[in-house]
Every structure is written in C-alpha cells, then in structure tokens.
Design a protein around this ligand. Structure first.
Ligand code: KG4
Ligand code: ZN
Length: 359
C-alpha cells in the first residue's frame, strides 16, 4: 500500500441501471466522467429489471472505467485511490462495480473506500457550487429515494424526513406507465406536461396537511389511476388529456417537495438548500423551488443535470474526501442494499452482515 495519499481518485458507481466511472483530483476538480445507461434494456418492461441490469453492468464495466481514464488522460499507475459505491442499491448491480474496484485496488496496490450512494448525491451539489457551505438542507429525490437531510460540515447528514412508501421518481415512472408514456417516466412526463394544463385536475398534495417532513407518493399514483378510470381508461384519452393529466400530476408531485423543503428550512433555521438526484432535473421543480427561494430568502442549488442523475463523479469526489481523512476499506468490502446515511456496514469492524443483509 502506498504510504501517502496524493489525491487522484477513480470513482465507480453501479448501484442501479447506470454503470459509471469518473476521475477527480481532490478536493473537487473533475477530470472525467463517463456514464453508460441502460434505458433501452429496461424500456420494454417499464422499469428496471435487476437481473438484466447486473448482466449489462458486467458487459460494460471495463470499457466504462477505461473510457474514464482515457478522458482524464491518465494511466492506472497515476491513480492514488479508488472509491466505489457500496450501497444502498440493487445488490447484483452494486457487486459488479464493487468487485471491479476491489480487483483494481488489489492489482494497483491502491487505497480503496466504499461510498454511500446518497452521500455521493449530496456531494454532487458541493462539487457544482463552491459557495454551498454547510449547514444546508439536502433534498434527495430519485427513483429510489425521497428524503430531506441536514448536512453539517462534520459528521454524517442527519435525516429530517423521508417517504413512507414510493419514491417521487418511482411515482413519475409508474404514472408514466399508466399514461402510456415511455420509460424512464420522469423526462417523459415532464415533456408531456409542457403541453398540458397543471390545474386541469387538482390531485392531492401528499402529506400537505400532516405536520412533519415525511413524504408519501403511492396515494398520488392511485389518484391518477382513479381519474384515468373515471375518464374511461387510457384508450379513451386524446393527447391533450394525457398532457393535462401529466401536468396535473407533475404539479402535485413537485408542490409537495417544495412545501416540505420550505418547512425543513424554517424548522432548521437554515437558508440554503441543495436539491439532488434524478428528479432534480425536473424543470417545474427547479422553477418552483427557485421562486420560493426568491420569495422567502433562501438560496437554492441545483447541480447540472449530468450531476443530478446517477454518475461516478459524485462517488469519486465523496471518496476523495474520505481517503483524504484517512478512511480506508479492506478488500473484504461488501455491498449492501439498504443503508441509512451515516452508516458504513461495509467497513471492517463495523456491525453488519454479508451482501444484501441490510435489505
Ligand atoms: O438518481 P437517479 O438517476 O437514479 C436513482 O438513484 O434512482 O434518478 C432516476 C429517477 C427516475 O425515476 C427518473 O424518472 C427520474 O429520476 N427523473 C425525472 C426527470 N429526469 C429523471 N423525474 C422528473 N422529471 C425529470 N425531468
Ligand atoms: Zn441515485
């Protein structure tokens, strides 16, 4: 093992249906970022099929890592550390990136560190905006997560509230399927919504009346299904009606994110928020959150789209920080499907079982 850590970190991310690799020079200079998506693989099924995802990762991993090194203009011998997503995510998918990262760390005798996927998403915001300083509120909105955190300079982010059922991105994907729109549903709904009237149907704003900072999205999806049924099913709808339903759903889904974000900022006495994860690419969410920020005096940070959706730049950057602090993981490092932010069950000596036990 090299004695000193010199700060060029390769990150590998494969927690869901993207195989990604990136190189950063710490603290936050991005040298390369390559993402290989699988939308075509999963489109016929309207959602991610885990078995197909991990098979495609196996095919892609070495080429993606190679491409990230070429883009950075580096040889493997010029790397100083390796960071891999260890959880949460689909275990079969996680294991592909993890095994590759471990093998590389072993062969190159480099320090290795496991990164929490959601911590990576939060670091993406800091990577994109040097003025985002802790403490701030982090809103993570993706296909698997909907949660608010208080991010401090030191220590793990503190969970303030999260979804009790579906994630917001999952609800975009499921409602898109109901409306006969393409997978992935987020961009498809967003596009259809541009031609629709967001006030055509007043869908419920989930958890609007309840105190606290939790979210719920399965009821909203059901409300869209009921409205669709009431109108005689999808076959009876014209393009305009589909657009109206998409716009009305999008309005309800994003309004409740803005509502809870404002509540969190007030409650914590904080005036900075970072919105990260795939759904942060949503145009209406960006507009509404910015408007609320201007009105109520809080600063809103949205990373560029390529840093919002799953990528390895965020993993490399988060890993570089951990490595710089002297954190290391052993080659026994394992993948975990469910991991609360702040926990590292993959760390040697930490409590936790083998792959998937956190599920
Ligand atoms: O962060 P991400 O790439 O992967 C996960 O970790 O889940 O997020 C993917 C999710 C999908 O549910 C997708 O439909 C949603 O983000 N998404 C969007 C938009 N672009 C992607 N949702 C709403 N509006 C968008 N423009
Ligand atoms: Zn993600």
């Amino acid at each position: 093992m090299k004695s000193s850590f010199r700060h060029r970190v390769l990150g590998i991310e494969s927690s869901c249906d993207e195989m990604a690799a990136a190189v950063v020079r710490s603290p936050g200079e991005l040298l390369s970022s390559v993402v290989h998506g699988q939308n075509e693989v999963h489109r016929p099924y309207g959602g991610v099929v885990p078995e197909l995802a991990s098979r495609d990762h196996v095919r892609a991993v070495s080429q993606v890592v190679e491409a990230a090194l070429v883009e950075a203009g580096l040889e493997t011998s010029q790397l100083d550390g390796i960071a891999v997503t260890a959880g949460p995510g689909l275990v079969g998918s996680l294991l592909v990136g993890l095994s590759f990262g471990k093998a590389l760390a072993y062969r190159l005798e480099l320090p290795l560190v496991g990164v929490h996927h959601l911590v990576g998403h939060l670091v993406a915001a800091e990577l994109s905006d040097a003025e985002l300083v802790a403490p701030y509120v982090g809103l993570v909105v993706s296909g698997g997560h909907t949660a608010l955190y208080r991010v401090e300079e030191e220590g793990p982010p503190r969970l303030l509230g999260e979804t009790r059922d579906d994630a917001v991105g999952e609800s975009f994907d499921k409602v898109a399927k109901l409306l006969g729109l393409e997978y992935p549903g987020g961009p498809a709904i967003s596009q259809a919504a541009q031609e629709g009237d967001p006030s055509a149907v007043r869908f419920p704003r989930p958890m609007e009346k309840q105190p606290g900072l939790d979210f719920s999205y399965s009821g909203l999806k059901t409300a869209v299904a009921v409205e669709l049924e009431r109108r005689g099913g999808l076959a009876a709808l014209g393009r305009r009606e589909v657009s109206d339903l998409a716009a009305s759903f999008e309005a309800a889904a994003t309004d409740s994110l803005v509502l809870k974000a404002r509540r969190a900022l007030r409650g914590e006495g904080i005036s900075r928020i970072a919105v990260v994860g795939g759904v942060a690419a949503n145009r209406r969410l960006r507009e509404r959150m910015r408007q609320a920020g201007e009105k109520e005096g809080f600063r809103v940070v949205f990373p560029p789209t390529e840093l919002c959706t799953d990528n390895a730049a965020m993993i490399a950057a988060a890993g570089a920080r951990l490595l710089a602090r002297g954190e290391r993981d052993a080659l026994e490092l394992n993948a975990f499907s469910r991991v609360p932010v702040g926990e590292t069950p993959w760390r040697r000596g930490a409590s936790g079982g083998p792959a998937g036990e956190g599920a």
